[in-house]
Design a protein around this ligand. Sequence first.
Ligand code: NAD
Length: 356
Amino acid sequence: MNKFDYMEKHGYEQIVYFYDKTTGLKGVTCIHNTTLGPALGGTRLWNYDSEDDAVLDALRLARGMTYKAAAAGLNLGGGKTVLIGDASKVKSEAYFRALGRYVQSLNGRYITAEDVNTSTKDMDYVHMETDYVVGLEGKSGNPSPLTALGVFHGIRASLHETFGDDDISKYSFAVQGAGQTGYYLVKYLIEAKAKKVYFTEINPSHIKRMQKELPMVEYVEPDQIFGLNVDVFSPCALGAQLNDETIPQIRAKIIAGSANNVLMDEEKHGMMIKEKGILYAPDFVINAGGLINVYHELQTYIKDKAVRDIEKIYDRLLDIYRIAKEENISTHAAAKVFAKNRIETINKLHSNYIKR
Ligand code: NAD
């Protein structure tokens, strides 16, 4: 892999390798674009097969964060750190404090947070060495209910766009995954008196929790969720769930959920959904509630203020749907246009973030 070619092609600013002899900490921080502000993105710990796999993952995820923050209207750029190692063996206070020192060495150009295989407790150790870390215990708290809240408002916007009326009580829903985000989303839908909610799950304890707390929500087997005759299909499980096999089964008029990278192939499947006449709420726009919440930690955290910003996902999606119609492109492509427009406009003011 020629990294400079890749950086040039996709407009990356910086790749930082670090290795700490004492703790065995080994990783890479990628900064994609800091036009809007410091790069923010979590730290992922994974036993990558090769160094190239690790760098490519960090590069891809950092770029995704640029678009997500830009589309969310935040003054943040995109970055990501990946640590190469076995999560069951390498973690310790010293390990994460060593990471904190590397983060500090970037002097605020990059802000980290938890991600796959790293926790708020690990970030507390990072915080002992740097202030450039968010998602700390006792600050903005668990992001999942706020991600779900953003998805709830995004669903309302999508209903408004499709049916001209966003009253949840008139519609039916199929939710895939009742984990951290899906569970809260179903709660919000039930509170808003949804006409009918179905859900599917593969984790028996999550099925039980739903059946105990919200018995009016009907369980279906995982392979039945796509073909249900509902108004909204809400993917809240894993990525790549919208693909050649599942899209033809979908009968809902709207697809809007929390899952990241839910289109197996962004271009192909984004267009396939558009051609079927289904409205798709782009994942990185509708699921930005958690990021918006954590962003508020960088100022004095006031939950009401964060919630008000999360509610803006409604209007942002309407703007994106308008761009998609005007340019006759998929909503996913329109979301990228929306994000890029914001970066390009601010870029005319200043092109990168350097802390004074
Ligand atoms: P989670 O692991 O808590 O929940 C996912 C649930 O989906 C699990 O309960 C799992 O058992 C279930 N599941 C997996 N495959 C399934 C299948 N084939 N059929 C039915 N159920 C299945 O994760 P989460 O935090 O709720 O995140 C869900 C998605 O949302 C992920 O793609 C994540 O990246 C994305 N996301 C989450 C947040 C957040 O704040 N948690 C923020 C942005 C994006």
